[in-house]
Write a new protein. Structure first.
Length: 428
């Protein structure tokens, strides 16, 4: 009988644990004790969990022999399980190098609890070869077991889209793979039992790893193209979104929009592929140039806001600027690798008093991660707002009174092209 342990209970691991627990005994494991305690209380600050389904699975765990969900941060509790699915983060360091410490740490921990015949499946996004060359050796070293004789591996890349309530875990086709043909079949069957959209069995683990990383790299490059257009059209004096709307009347034009590229996937994964390529003796051109363009958008927006303020005879130093939104995307509490912080930093370095308001973000998380205290509401200070920058298109901002501030002389900049253009001084 399959007994599944999910290692890492973030945006990827928790929905996966809940879905599997409807058919199997599942342990949700995380080294963060506060996170485990939160989930045991039936709460989820990421807003990704189906709380009703999670609560039911927790109740089922106490009464059913075949399915149900429990949570733990105790490594000993992992030992009774025979399938381990790793969903830990794969970040980059300050030099844009892959940081494999979470993957290595999870692999070495599993080496302490794994038994003969067990399978370790990785979902964390990484470069081709990482599973078999960088993770599995740690399991083998710690456990003393032989890979593909005593224990086995699989890779099935996550495709979670934070904040998306339409394209969810079960409705997105899942790529699967295994370290032997037999294990590939087992891994594929396991996911096929919960994924209604079906599965695609890749020929090997490296192919599955590569398929995921090029998904995000392709999107990054496509966005970098329209971002570069935004830089060019700004100099020409035409609106990029107007150009895209016109070009989009052709059936095969891809209507990507310019914008900030942050988050834990699109702005990170291309560096994993680039570093792997460099280790093989090839210096990627397109991937890294796309990253360079996308990283230049935050300072470009900050510079545009300041230019518009000067045009309206506003001083920059000591003036009050309000940024609406800090999460990396709309209607989502995820603040990982948000590029709004780069705008904030740029403006504050020029002496402005910059405040951020975001009803979706956790003030505690923002302060812990970035040292910034969020406003509890967007009420203007005594001197009023010299500029208002819409950085994230949360639904709550649709009713924001941009007209009032625009007519009173404040600069309004729309980085998402969603505000009524009558009340906007500039947009990306």
């Amino acid at each position: 009988m399959n007994k599944i342990a999910i290692i890492g209970l973030g945006y990827v691991g928790l929905p996966l644990a809940i879905e599997f627990s409807k058919k199997y005994k599942v342990l949700g494991f995380d080294i963060n004790q506060a996170r485990v305690q939160e989930l045991k209380q039936g709460k989820d600050h990421t807003l990704e969990a189906d709380i009703d389904a999670m609560t039911k699975s927790m109740l089922d765990n106490a009464t059913s022999e075949t399915n149900g969900l429990s949570f733990s941060c105790n490594e000993e509790d992992l030992k009774p399980y025979n399938i381990y699915i790793v969903t830990v983060p794969t970040p980059i360091d300050h030099f844009n190098n892959p940081d494999l410490r979470p993957l290595v740490g999870a692999s070495r921990m599993l080496g302490k609890v794994i038994s003969k015949g067990d399978i370790v499946i990785y979902e964390s996004t990484t470069y081709p070869g990482c599973t078999e060359e960088d993770c599995v050796p740690h399991i083998a070293q710690v456990s003393g077991l032989t890979f593909n004789e005593d224990f086995f591996a699989g890779y099935s890349p996550e495709r979670i889209n934070p904040g998306d309530k339409v394209n969810t875990l079960t409705t997105i086709k899942k790529v699967t793979s295994g370290s032997t043909p037999e294990i590939a079949d087992r891994v594929d069957a396991l996911y096929a039992s919960i994924i209604t959209a079906g599965t695609h069995k890749a020929p090997n683990i490296k192919v599955a790893e590569a398929s995921k990383i090029i998904e995000n790299s392709q999107r990054d490059v496509n966005i970098s193209f329209v971002n570069e257009l935004a830089l060019i059209f700004d100099k020409i004096g035409i609106d990029t979104n107007d150009v895209i709307d016109a070009a989009g009347t052709k059936w095969n034009f891809l209507k990507y929009r310019p914008g900030l590229v942050g988050g834990h996937c699109i702005s990170v994964d291309p560096y994993y592929l680039a570093k792997k390529a460099e280790s093989m003796g090839y210096i990627p051109q397109v991937i890294l140039s796309g990253r360079h363009v996308n990283n230049s958008i935050a300072p470009f927006i900050a510079a545009k806001v300041m230019k518009l303020m000067i045009q309206k005879d506003h001083k920059i130093k000591d003036n009050n600027i309000l940024i609406l939104g800090v999460t990396f995307k709309e209607n989502c509490p995820d603040i990982r690798n948000t590029k709004v912080i780069d705008i904030y930093t740029e403006l504050t370095e020029f002496g402005a008093n910059v405040e951020i308001y975001d009803p979706w973000a956790s003030p505690e998380e923002v302060y812990e991660e970035y040292g910034i205290r969020l406003l509890s509401d967007p009420t203007p200070p005594s001197g009023g707002w010299g500029a208002i920058l819409l950085a994230v298109a949360h639904d709550e901002f649709k009713s924001f009174d941009f007209e009032k501030y625009h007519t009173s002389g404040a600069v309004v900049f729309d980085a998402k092209a969603v505000v009524d253009r009558r009340w906007v001084d500039g947009r990306l």
